[in-house]
Design a protein around this ligand. Sequence first.
Ligand SMILES: O=c1[nH]c(=O)c2ncn([C@@H]3O[C@H](COP(=O)(O)OP(=O)(O)OP(=O)(O)O)[C@@H](O)[C@H]3O)c2[nH]1
Ligand SMILES: [Mg+2]
Length: 191
Amino acid sequence: MAARKQLVFVTGNANKLREVQQILQKTPDFPFTLTNKALDVPEVQGTTIDVAKAKCRSAARQLNGPVITEDTALCFSALGGLPGPYIKDFLGQLGVDRLHLLLAGFEDKKATAVCTFAYCESAEAEPIVFEGKTEGRLVEPRGQNRFGWDPCMEVEGTGKTYAEMDSDEKNKLSHRYKALDQLRDYLTKQA
Ligand SMILES: O=c1[nH]c(=O)c2ncn([C@@H]3O[C@H](COP(=O)(O)OP(=O)(O)OP(=O)(O)O)[C@@H](O)[C@H]3O)c2[nH]1
Ligand SMILES: [Mg+2]
């Protein structure tokens, strides 16, 4: 049997990597061996798709081979979709305990977690993007704080925050699962 091709997931985020590995473990015939590199890739301003594509182009050029990157946004409807791809800085400044204060003056607490994977087959290839969204509400933090804003994202229809779910439960309905599922399908059909 031919050796599987390598696919590099360029991310500096160990929690993203763990979830992606957990989800892909359930696909034994995934046609790549996934490795990881934490490269410094620029994150431009723009839509989540612009950000994801720019990260992937830069990573593919640096590594000259097939890569995936991922960008995660948290969008509040009361703020017209902000902070969106800029959530990392908001979380960094406010901390998980104060993130919910962003919507303190609003009745509308609707939040959408958006995960955008981008895949580049080579340094010259145009990135292909796969987007997954999970709807919910921004709440005061509840649950085990394993990952960023997980304790503040109460997922619609569950009454639980991501941080109140075990990893199996989160990985069946998360924004990341939904995007990765499409990427996995695409790559499996290409192989
Ligand atoms: O509670 C969470 N549950 C999640 O499922 C999740 N996914 C991402 N994040 C956080 O949202 C920001 C995205 O920024 P981001 O996409 O630029 O990520 P990053 O800079 O950490 O890694 P990368 O860009 O090297 O891949 C960062 O603060 C991430 O920690 C999450 N928090
Ligand atoms: Mg980043």
